[in-house]
Design a protein around this ligand. Structure first.
Ligand code: SF4
Length: 700
């Protein structure tokens, strides 16, 4: 399949570093299959020949000298090289020992969303009928789960975007909330420029004047955690000034009267007091959004990672529902998926409460159907178990053994000092990774995984478009493909009959069957079809279907009565409030040069060079109060811990808060400070707000 050119092969794949999944060709030296570089793909419509700094550098992981190339086993406190047989014998004997002593659920799986759909599917199946444990969840719980619940409760379906990205340029208004798109999803910006070129207005809701907010027509710089109040304020103005679509509301929604009543008290003055946003700006933004014929509400983790994150997602979704901005070119709702396969990762059954095809694990019909696909009795499917952070908290008590795949929870979880203690309290801890992450350093066994450019399979991007990745045909050193390792463990556990796969395509074909008739229906998507098209949008229920790029064109929402749910929520505020002792708000986020816990990007010299260390952004007025100058060291302390950071004095942040990027571990992990309070429905931790105090560190 590869194109050949001057002794090189060009392998067509997609970038691993965000949900855009930009198309790229990996340049491989033909004679030894070594990776030489990368070229953007001009034929893939999402990026059309562009890549951002992370995309350009991503290939550098492949030949990285720190890659783990052999299995490692802890002996006398040190991780030392071992053979696959030694490692597998130990893993299988420990699983059996723990499960015999403490029950099946005492062995858990903490999985990831930066893996192919095939691996995500396999992990869910392996947990339930390979290990027989109910305790599997994944790191997407930390990033996409509030959007998932919010979309399901408002629209009846959880696809990250109701529309293809190409629809964005036909909008007359774009409201982007809690997303620094320019840094976190850089190649979405050309779509936003496209809309601006056609005269669209841009409203950005963000506590910081990010690079995205800098180009906004209206920047609503709200206090972190006040999104529900702000959305209610915008709805108040739109309803009061009759900027809503009565016909759409009447025929295609329920719940408008409750919302109308609830938002009556959310006057611009009151909302200004809660959010800190100028009341006139709230009115202006509401008028722009309400008067526009077509528009999008787009949001991300800034809205979702809160103890009221699902309320906020539905509240912003209300903006489009009351104005009828859905189901056509230029009008829709979307969340920016953070992880490479953030969308696919949540569809195929590795969430503790789900089975493949977005089926609920508690639904008897879903259980019966999936049991049929897997060839087991329905009673053999355990679950639901614990969600990601709940699972970490249960390590050492309810859960004695853990398989960690493609995740680094000791950097990415809230209150990470505790997470380190939880991991250390395990009887047995096995980790699959390509680098020795901060979490892998604590494992009893580390298995060397392949890097994404060596992965064959599919992912699903921010639009709900399923894509084909073609892996380089190599496994450096003694590294092995994760899916083969999982099948081998199942074999050794005596469950091999359920894991007779010879290729990712065979796994995908079973995934198609498992998803058939579900919400995320992949049945009509084949490798052959993906090879011929530039990806296929789910749902794609038949082999004749070409997929569904735009949802709700018929204005039928995924509820029995076909109507979308307008849901009204009172503003409750963050779980942790500022106090006399902790008077400043801390919020966290990404920078363009790094990805998630930084396990991959901190090792890439070019990216590390641009942003080697974390820092704390402080407004000049707040800095003056603490007598801190640019470049000086500041101790930031929350009720859970302290870290010392270099001060970056800047007007882009609000005066009542500080911002710290979260891509670093150990003593530089800002998640030492963050609040582990969970959103009750989605179980996402409240990463985006906690209360801190600042102290200048005197250096001699
Ligand atoms: Fe990769 Fe995202 Fe950058 Fe595209 S925008 S190159 S997918 S990190």
């Amino acid at each position: 399949d590869a194109i050949e050119r001057d002794g090189e092969e060009l392998i067509s794949t997609h970038c691993c570093f965000c949900g855009m999944q930009c198309g790229m060709n990996i340049r491989v030296r033909k004679e030894d299959q070594s990776v030489l570089g990368v070229e953007p793909r001009y034929d893939f419509p999402m990026n059309g020949g562009r890549l951002c700094p992370k995309g350009v550098a991503a290939y550098r992981q492949a030949e990285h000298q720190e890659r783990i190339l052999h299995p490692l086993i802890r002996k006398n406190g040190e991780l030392v090289q071992a053979t696959w047989d030694e490692a597998m014998d130990l893993i299988v004997s420990k699983i059996q020992e723990i499960q015999e002593k403490h029950g099946k659920d005492a062995f858990g799986i903490y999985s990831g969303s930066s893996m192919t759909n095939e691996k995500c599917y396999l992990m869910g199946k392996f947990a339930r009928i390979g290990l027989g444990t109910k305790n599997i969840d994944y790191n997407g719980r930390y990033c996409m789960s509030s959007a998932s619940v919010g979309f399901n409760q408002s629209l009846g379906i959880d696809r990250g975007s109701t529309n293809p990205w190409s629809d964005i340029k036909f909008a007359d208004v774009l409201l982007i909330a809690g997303s620094n798109t320019a840094e976190c999803h850089p190649l979405s910006m050309p779509y936003i420029w496209g809309a601006r070129d056609r005269g669209a207005k841009l409203i950005v809701v963000d506590p910081r004047q990010t690079k995205t907010a800098l180009v906004a027509d209206v920047h609503l710089n709200l206090r972190p955690g006040t999104d529900v109040a702000l959305a209610n304020g915008l709805l108040h103005v739109m309803i009061k000034e009759d900027l809503v679509d009565q016909d759409f509301i009447q025929n295609h929604t329920t719940g408008f009267e409750e919302l109308k009543q609830l938002v009556q008290s959310y006057t611009p003055a009151k909302v200004s007091e809660i959010t800190g946003v100028d009341a006139n700006k709230i009115v202006t933004a509401a008028r722009i959004f309400g008067q526009a014929k077509n528009g999008f509400a787009l949001f991300a983790r800034g809205v979702e990672q809160h103890a009221t994150g699902t309320d906020a997602v539905s509240s912003y979704t209300n903006l489009c529902l009351v104005t009828g901005k859905v189901g056509r070119k230029g009008s829709g709702i979307a969340t920016f998926t953070g992880q490479g396969n953030g969308q696919g990762g949540r569809e195929h059954g590795q969430k503790t409460d789900q089975l493949p095809g977005f089926r609920k694990i508690t639904d008897p019909k879903a259980r019966e159907y999936i049991a049929g696909v897997w060839g087991v009795d329905e009673s053999e499917i355990p679950g639901p178990g614990l969600s990601a952070f709940e699972m970490l908290k249960a390590l050492g008590t309810e859960i004695k053994g853990l398989l960690l795949v493609c995740s680094n929870p000791i950097v990415s979880s809230p209150s990470v000092r505790d997470v380190g203690e939880y991991l250390k309290s395990l009887d047995f801890f096995v980790c699959m990774d390509m680098f020795l992450s901060e979490s892998a350093e604590l494992a009893d066994v580390v298995l060397p995984s392949t890097v994404w450019v060596e992965d064959d399979g599919t992912t699903t991007n921010v639009e709900g478009r399923v894509l084909r990745l073609k892996g380089i045909d190599r496994t450096p050193g003694e590294s092995k493909r994760d899916w083969k390792v999982i099948c081998e463990i199942a074999e050794r556990l005596g469950r091999g009959q359920y894991f007779q796969f010879n290729s990712p395509e065979e796994i995908f074909n079973e995934l198609r069957e498992a998803s058939k008739g579900g919400i995320a229906d992949y049945y009509g998507i084949t490798y052959d079809k993906l090879d011929k098209m530039q990806g296929v949008f789910w749902p794609c229920p038949t082999e004749e279907s070409e997929g569904t790029p735009r949802l709700f064109e018929d204005l039928k929402f995924n509820f029995p009565d076909g109507k979308a749910r307008i849901l009204a929520f009172e503003y409750k505020g963050p779980n942790e409030k500022t106090s006399k002792e902790y008077p400043v708000i801390l919020t966290t986020g990404r920078v363009v040069f790094h990805y998630l816990s930084g396990n991959q990007t901190r090792r890439i010299e070019t990216l590390r060079g641009f942003c080697p260390d974390p820092y704390v952004e402080i407004h000049p007025k707040l800095a003056e109060k603490y007598k801190v100058s640019n470049g000086e060291t500041v101790k930031v302390t929350s009720p859970r811990g302290s870290i010392e950071l270099v001060a970056k004095i800047t007007k882009i942040t609000r005066e009542d808060m500080v911002f710290v990027p979260y891509h670093w571990g150990k003593s530089l992990a800002i998640n030492h400070l963050t609040n582990p309070a969970l959103e009750p429905k989605s179980k996402i931790p409240e990463f985006k707000v906690c209360a801190v105090k600042l102290e200048k560190v005197e250096t001699t």
